[in-house]
Design a binder for this molecule. Structure first.
Ligand SMILES: *Cc1c(COP(=O)(O)O)cnc(C)c1O
Length: 481
């Protein structure tokens, strides 16, 4: 059996199915495979001609026991997860004309137009598969900074095993993102907007941790989560690094650079795992906005709490990059240390890694914090130069990479674009300096359609959100079970 353990060392050794259905490990840590598989150059060469779904099958097979899921079952699940993507490549790459060897990896062609579709498509289908087999159901509860919620809602909608609650900070996500959740007609999807969250989506993650810790409530409603702490998402998010690499290199073994707009470090945790498995990425650029916890970690070795600033790249307005701890497990291989560090950070709001550890985990990474002004200006520049429209998150990955031109040298560069620009129409208008209509590239029919639907949503204020949300969930549970 492939063993999954907690990155903080407590709880049982479990199998893949348990790791997925539990979300968090029993000691509150994050599940990790005890060992990462190593991929030889020969295998990489064989993989280099595969389609995205074929490649996903090969990589996922290394993490899932056949006794848990047969070859056919896994293939079907992957096929089903990605059939609703609008691009037949699933993840197309666009080469910029105005720069040398620079590619934008478009991770936003799923049904809700952000990179979250990639992880959620597979994870929600996987959870449904396990629950159906067990003849069980679960209540999913998820917090979102704008993209996780729509993706989870889309893939959970209509699934008989899942009742789904999505919490979002009201007025801190765009109305396009909000409507992707609130206009779904399915009665197993419940969106909750919470007014006046001081720390945005982090506050709602905190509430979920409280509800999880309440065993009566958790057992009664059979709570589970599919947020980015779930191993299933991180595992899936390793695949596009391999895929993107194979699309741009001249030969397998060539080293390239990648730049990633990062908040919770779930996406780049996938990338880091891909590199530890053997993918030849020379440098990862960790790109953040003004909320730069990750930049502080990677440039100074300090993990510290800070105030939340709302920015144009709202999906990465995140203070606590929880998946960094998961990455760290593979670097230091000492769960007790991770447990100590985590406790130190949680108690004091500050911790500094020793220089040896800092050197180990920061090798092969550069980091940068990018302002809103830089974000707007590059969206305008690239559109003017070649009529290609970036979203604010993709824009951040490009500016961050630009700032390290010399260090990145002549290697090919892939910038990850994580959202469709149509999710941020006001920002596009501002960047292109137009009050009038958006260019076609800044629109999407699914979002236009959602503007004409009724919305269905629970609303409450942060000052009483815990009780309000508990009551709403219990009442719904009583009515429906
Ligand atoms: C979630 C998200 C990110 C950040 O991903 P992390 O895994 O949290 O680092 C970046 N861009 C967009 C558009 C997102 O939705």
């Amino acid at each position: 059996m492939l063993k999954y353990v907690s990155n903080t060392g407590g709880g049982d050794v479990v199998d893949f199915e348990t790791a997925i259905l539990d979300g968090f490990a029993a000691d509150g840590g994050l599940y990790v495979p005890e060992e990462l598989p190593k991929i030889s150059k020969e295998i990489l060469e064989q993989w280099s001609i595969l389609t995205y779904t074929e490649l996903a099958f090969e990589i996922l097979s290394l993490f899932i026991d056949r006794s848990i899921m047969s070859e056919i079952e896994l293939k079907d699940l992957i096929q089903e997860a990605y059939q609703s993507f609008e691009s037949k490549d699933i993840i197309p790459l666009h080469q910029l004309k105005s720069r040398k060897d620079t590619y934008i990896m478009e991770l936003f062609h799923g049904p809700t137009l952000s990179f979250k579709d990639i992880g959620q498509a597979f994870l929600v289908n996987l959870v449904h598969f396990f629950l159906k087999k067990r003849n069980e159901y679960k209540t999913l509860i998820i917090a979102t900074t704008g993209d996780t919620g729509p993706a989870a809602a889309h893939f959970a909608a209509g699934k008989s095993t899942l009742d789904t609650w999505i919490l979002y900070p009201k007025n801190m996500i765009t109305s396009e993102q909000e409507r992707q959740m609130t206009t779904l007609p399915h009665n197993n999807i419940h969106s909750v907007g919470v007014y006046d969250c001081p720390d945005g989506g982090d506050d709602l993650d905190f509430l979920i941790a409280i509800l999880y810790a309440d065993n009566d409530f958790k057992d009664k409603l059979k709570l589970s989560s599919v947020n980015s702490i779930n191993w299933g998402r991180v595992m899936m998010q390793a695949v596009h690094y391999f895929y993107g690499y194979f699309q741009v290199v001249d030969y397998v073994g060539e080293e390239i650079n990648m730049s990633v707009p990062s908040g919770g470090f779930g996406n780049l945790c996938g990338g880091s795992i891909a590199r530890m498995m053997g993918l030849p990425v020379h440098t990862y650029v960790v790109a953040s906005n003004k909320n730069d916890s990750l930049n502080r970690i990677f440039s100074t070795g300090v993990f510290s709490k800070a105030e939340l600033y709302p920015t144009l790249s709202s999906a990465i307005d995140i203070l606590f990059p929880y998946n960094f701890w998961r990455y760290l497990y593979f670097i230091v291989k000492d769960p007790n240390k991770i447990k100590e560090w985590r406790a130190e950070y949680e108690n004091a709001g500050y911790m500094k890694f020793d220089s040896e550890t800092f050197e180990l985990f920061s090798k092969g990474y550069l980091s940068k914090s990018i302002s809103d002004k830089q974000t707007l200006s590059i969206i305008g520049d690239i559109y003017k130069a070649e009529e290609y429209l970036l979203d604010p998150h993709g824009a951040i990955s490009l500016v961050a990479a630009d700032s390290y031109k010399e260090k990145l040298s002549e290697r090919k560069l892939i910038c990850l674009a994580t959202a469709h620009p149509a999710k941020f129409p006001d920002i596009t208008k501002k960047a292109l300096n137009t009050e009038r209509s958006l260019p076609e590239a800044g629109k999407h029919t699914s979002l236009e359609k959602a503007k004409e639907e009724c919305e269905s949503v629970y609303l409450c204020n942060y000052s009483h959100h815990e009780n309000a949300i508990r009551n709403a969930m219990e009442n719904n549970w009583k009515l429906n079970r």
